[in-house]
Design a protein around this ligand. Structure first.
Ligand SMILES: [Zn+2]
Length: 376
């Protein structure tokens, strides 16, 4: 029997399951372990083997540690929860008489001289080469990345029909609430956003996440109108009038607060505009874009009309101003920016041939303007 097994050499290759975005070397190593275990399961079943030993070797230590940690609870939020669940259940299904041993093989030992290496190291190099060739072939053939529910994956969550590799709160929340939230903003009484798909929500999210928690809460209350302004207080019959306490405006909604001519607010604006200006300069912003943003912040606060035709067409600046005018300048103050601002940055960076990030710019400037909104 021993002689017979020595003669068996099985080489298996598997295309790692899951969507393209979640592929990484950790997941590939786990897919290798899982594929190996599925081959072992077939061999054990076919030959009815119930005793003996299995040694699983790989060079990825984090995948190895996750796979062999059979006594630890799996967390459904942990990376590659699906593969780990399948691995765990496959290991449990192996007959008790078969002992499993794990071996970590040091990566890239071939630079020491291939012939000096032991069998494990040589096999690791061979496996690595086969895997790379297989991967290249799959890429050449445009093989798609496909999330599948694994054999021993007892339950799986699908979001919009796509199986998740782990529980992802953001995806779940987005799938269940996105339409409700966008509809809320489309029909908002004060800060309506007609074309919600035109907003650079990702930059807004990141800029908002950088705010202190208290300021994040304040911004939500302010934007929704559920804050102690006179409009809301009057609506709740907690105050006799909705009139602005600082000027003669008849309804003090949040949008009015942004444009109230109260002298203290105007002073705060001047102070905070300087901080935005510093940030724009620090981020190496195209000078005409710097000037445009500062001019818009000041003029809009002073109740002046923003005329897109006054702005240069360079780098698509006028398109961004026109687009934001349609979305509303109050939205600009709240961080709901047109996607075209990022395009202006991109055009400028291409022009000056630099590798600076365009998204970091948008996030930093939106963040600064959110601070400014809070101060005024
Ligand atoms: Zn006012």
């Amino acid at each position: 029997m021993d002689h017979f097994f020595q003669a068996i050499k099985q080489v298996g290759m598997d295309w790692c399951p899951g969507i393209k975005e979640e592929q990484n070397s950790y997941r590939s190593e786990l897919a290798g372990i899982d594929g190996g275990l599925s081959m072992i399961a077939v061999i054990l079943k076919f030959f009815d083997i119930t005793e003996g030993g299995i040694e699983i070797a790989l060079d990825g230590d984090s995948a190895l540690n996750s796979a062999k940690a059979s006594r630890e609870f799996l967390n459904s939020f942990q990376s590659s929860y699906d593969l780990l669940q399948d691995i765990r259940n496959r290991l449990t299904a192996i007959p008790e008489g078969i002992k499993i041993k794990w071996r970590w093989v040091k990566l890239h030992q071939d630079d020491k001289g291939y012939n000096k290496l032991d069998w494990w190291a040589k096999s690791n190099i061979k496996a690595d080469k086969i895997a790379k060739e297989f991967c290249r072939k799959c890429i050449r053939n445009n093989r798609i990345h496909k999330p599948v529910q694994l054999w021993y994956e007892h339950f799986a969550i699908r979001v919009n029909g796509i199986k998740e590799s782990k529980l992802n709160k953001k995806n779940l929340y987005s799938a269940s609430q996105k339409d409700n939230i966008l509809n809320y903003w489309r029909n908002h009484h004060d800060f309506a956003i007609a074309n919600t798909e035109d907003i650079d929500w990702e930059s807004f999210r990141l800029a908002n996440a950088r705010l202190p928690l208290g300021l994040q809460r304040w911004l939500v209350k302010f934007a929704t109108g559920f804050i102690g302004n006179r409009h809301k207080l009057n609506q709740r019959r907690e105050f006799p009038t909705s009139k602005c306490p600082n000027c003669d405006h008849p309804i003090e909604k949040s949008s009015h607060v942004l444009q109230c001519k109260n002298s203290q607010a105007l002073l705060e604006l001047d102070k905070n505009v300087l901080k935005v200006k510093e940030k724009l300069s620090e981020m190496k912003t195209l000078p005409i874009l710097q000037d445009a943003i500062i001019e818009i912040l000041k003029n809009w606060k002073h109740g002046k009309t923003i005329r897109p035709s006054k702005f240069s067409r360079t780098a698509g600046l006028r398109d961004a101003v026109t687009h934001q005018s349609r979305l509303g300048w109050h939205n600009f103050f709240l961080g709901h920016w047109s996607k075209l601002w990022q395009q202006v940055r991109k055009n400028h960076l291409q022009e000056i041939k630099t590798r600076l990030s365009r998204s970091r710019w948008t996030v930093s400037i939106i963040n600064k303007i959110m601070h400014l909104t809070y101060e005024i």
